[in-house]
Design a protein around this ligand. Structure first.
Ligand code: COI
Length: 356
């Protein structure tokens, strides 16, 4: 249950961009709904909760976040079904992770009321922006950044918490080609890999660009120490089907505890599938492929949901995966996940939160 006591000042736009938005040609994260939420942290408390028209920010060139990257974010989605019911999917998991990210980055936490009520009121105000075409949803992006105007390296005293939303299609429109990364690392023991610190994503760009130039859309990240064990794929968790088991690296200091990852594993277990959360080496994967046992590989994430991997490149060799039409298990899990998200299937775990 969400408390409704947070006093949010609402200033509605006088010029909605809804009519000029082409909902038949949505991509990921390119179009933004009419409004955004903003709140300030000053004098050790959150204040000035407001929803205002989506607009550019005024920034000082000395803004702490630009210089030292004290910034965190979340990714969530809102879904609308034919009855006009609007759902968030496991939003409290995002709330808790947001505060874990805040703690690791030395930032103030937000209350459950601030997080949930800002999102609920913003999504309901812009509910016409929730796309209903298959595979589409309203992507929700809560973000917090350091807003002191100061060049000394220390935690900022002031922060902004904002929520913007974007009607979006799935992140990937096609199965992806991924390259095993054996030199660069996304995360390392003691680092920030287990939270959504913005810098995690910035540092991934250069190795990803090199992979792109070689014809791969994404990387499979390996451990920073030996580059032997699989960690994540691109911005997603990664899951493999070997025979009739699902295998995925366990969440750790270096692996993000993905909400979609957990949902997929839970649904698989509900279906009686054996799930192993354990270290998996590239050598083991290549061996499973050689024996014809590597039946599926896919990334999981809020933006991408389930992103099938077409092939895995490693040491000059491309290991092809079976066509998506043959991947019965992940297809079944994906369909069930979508049905729960839209309030259309029994929701045994209470994951879909109706907000209207
Ligand atoms: C998400 O899946 O929401 C993510 O965080 C990936 C994003 C960086 C596109």
């Amino acid at each position: 249950m969400i408390a409704e006591t947070l006093n949010i000042k609402i200033q509605k736009t006088t010029h909605s961009r809804l009519a000029e938005t082409d909902f038949s040609d949505l991509h990921f994260g390119k179009t933004f709904a009419d409004h955004m939420f903003q709140m300030d942290y000053e004098d050790e408390q959150w204040k000035n909760a407001k929803i205002i028209p989506y607009e550019k920010l005024q920034m000082s060139p000395s803004l702490a976040v630009i210089h030292y990257g004290q910034s965190i974010f979340e990714g969530m989605k809102a879904y609308k079904n034919e009855k006009g019911e609007i759902f968030l999917f496991r939003p409290l998991e995002n709330f808790e992770r947001f505060n874990r990210s805040a703690k690791r980055m030395c930032m103030p936490e937000v209350s459950e009321e601030i997080f949930m009520e800002s999102i609920r009121q913003l999504v309901l105000l812009d509910k016409e922006w929730i796309p209903t075409a298959a595979g589409c949803s309203l992507y929700i992006r809560p973000v917090m950044f350091a807003s002191d105007e100061f060049l000394g390296v220390r935690p900022s005293d002031t922060y902004k918490f904002m929520v913007i939303t974007s009607p979006s299609a799935a992140y990937y429109s096609q199965p992806i080609k991924v390259l095993v990364e054996s030199k660069f690392a996304r995360a390392f023991e003691g680092g920030t890999g287990y939270v959504k610190a913005s810098g995690n994503y910035g540092r991934s760009l250069y190795p990803s660009k090199i992979a792109h130039e070689k014809g791969y859309q994404q990387l499979i990240w390996t451990d920073a120490f030996e580059h032997k064990y699989i960690e994540e794929s691109g911005t997603m968790n990664v899951i493999f089907q070997v025979g009739d088991k699902l295998i995925t690296p366990p969440v750790s200091n270096t692996i993000l505890p993905g909400v979609t990852r957990d949902s997929v594993l839970t649904l698989a277990r509900d279906m009686g599938v054996t799930v192993e959360e354990r270290k998996i080496s590239i050598t083991e994967l290549v061996e499973a492929h050689r024996k014809g046992q590597l039946l599926d590989a896919f990334g999981t994430g809020t933006a991408a949901t389930i992103a099938p991997i077409e092939l895995i490149g490693f040491e000059g060799e491309d290991y092809m995966l079976p066509p998506v039409s043959e991947r019965k298990l992940s297809t079944k899990i994906h369909a069930q996940l979508e049905a729960i998200r839209f309030g259309k299937a029994a929701d045994a775990h209470g994951w879909a939160m109706k907000i209207n």
